[in-house]
Design a protein around this ligand. Structure first.
Ligand SMILES: *Cc1c(COP(=O)(O)O)cnc(C)c1O
Length: 372
């Protein structure tokens, strides 16, 4: 009997890919962002399905994530979006991973390695205003120099948008400036480099809100999983995405406590009347945020709402099941997902926890089995 687990609806993943394809140009490919264990969904299961439906390009955050995908047989390109220590260059080559170049200095370090004539594949990251990583779009010279390094093979150039999810006037102006700076840098570099490789810019909100930019790839993450970031975010082009992930766990015990009795650590919940309660085997160590404690957070049990009471524990939590019928050990609790006509969304939890869907999903833990 499973304790707590994730269920994937891979048909919904396929639906979301098709919905994204509808709004991007035919020649633009999808580079599927499967970092952070595919936003908590299970990277191998997600990448395999994506491969099955024709996705050939993936992005991860770390070299370990890339190696894991290769070891499970994922083919195609895998771009590491973040930093890789230079001591791991051998593994970039051994597993045929593409590394992001953070700037010219980093590229020069990568260039020092020439293992049996094999060249490290690289995409150049341009900083166009996020100011996190990347060579400044102003340093055309450095970008051209990166292309000319002999022991690396530059196959692409990209940047990242940091407020594409907002349609506030100043944010739109900022994003348009990012797009302009990226485009003009790329055009300038083209004058010096014959083949600059693949050009890409848009994340989920970039492709929803800034369709005019046409790259060789789009890099969707969150919308591929069928989820928007937070409710107040603006979207130009709504598409019919559907959530891929459900989060479930089992009821372990039920009991009735009397008016005035407490439940859980810190005695944060005191029953205002005699109350039927149940414990569930999932906790914050599984990624269900402790910030949802004492917030009247709803879950579903047998098609009815139940309420999380008291402090969420590391491995368990406690519910008020007054409104649920015949709850017994082994019954399934839906913490994210549908049960009959009701649904708990990742967005709902994100708002309750004062967070965003990205964090709620990506922190779902290793202890959860992934069921397809
Ligand atoms: C995470 C990430 C993405 C995907 O972002 P979403 O907002 O989930 O679509 C795209 N590009 C880069 C560089 C990223 O780090």
């Amino acid at each position: 009997m499973d304790r707590a687990w994730i269920e994937l609806d891979l048909n919904n993943l396929e639906n979301n890919i098709n919905e994204i394809k509808k709004i991007i140009p035919e020649k633009t490919k999808i580079m599927a962002v499967v970092k952070a264990n595919a936003y908590g969904h299970g990277d191998i299961q997600i990448a395999r399905k994506l491969s099955d439906i024709g996705i050939e390009d993936f992005a991860v955050a770390t070299i370990q994530e890339g190696i894991k995908l290769r070891k499970s047989g994922i083919k195609g390109s895998i771009l590491i979006l973040g930093y890789t220590d230079i001591s791991s260059v051998d593994n970039l080559l051994a597993y045929d991973l593409t590394q992001t170049s953070l700037d010219l200095e980093y590229a020069k370090q990568l260039n020092k390695y020439n293992v049996c004539g094999k060249k490290v594949k690289v995409h150049i990251k341009l900083n166009t205003g996020m100011n996190r990583i990347g060579e400044s779009y102003k340093n055309i010279d450095n970008v051209v120099k990166t292309y000319r390094l002999e022991n690396i093979k530059v196959e692409g150039i990209f940047s990242h948008l940091c407020v594409a999810d907002s349609l506030e006037k100043s944010d739109v102006e900022f994003t348009n400036a990012q797009i302009d700076n990226f485009t003009s840098c790329v055009n300038e570099v083209k004058k010096h480099v014959k083949d600059i490789g693949k050009v890409h810019l848009q994340n989920s909100y970039g492709l929803l809100n800034y369709p005019a930019f046409i790259g060789d790839y789009v890099r969707p993450g969150i919308i591929m999983y069928g989820v928007y970031s937070t409710k107040d975010k603006d979207i130009q082009r709504k598409i019919n995405i559907k959530p891929v992930l459900s989060l479930k766990a089992k009821i372990t015990s039920t009991r009735t406590i009397l008016k005035g009795e407490s439940a859980g650590y810190g005695r944060k919940y005191i029953a205002s009347k005699d109350t039927k309660i149940a414990s569930v085997c999932i906790g914050y160590a599984d990624g269900y945020p402790r910030a949802l404690s004492c917030k009247d957070t709803k879950v579903l049990v047998n098609g009815e709402y139940a309420t999380v009471i008291g402090n969420i524990c590391m491995d368990q939590l406690i519910l008020d099941i007054s409104d649920c019928k015949n709850v017994k050990r082994g019954d399934v609790v839906t913490l994210i997902g549908r049960d009959k006509d009701k649904e708990i969304t990742a967005m709902y939890l994100a708002e309750k926890a004062d967070s965003m869907t990205y964090e709620i999903l990506s922190r779902l833990g290793d202890r959860l089995n992934v069921k397809i």
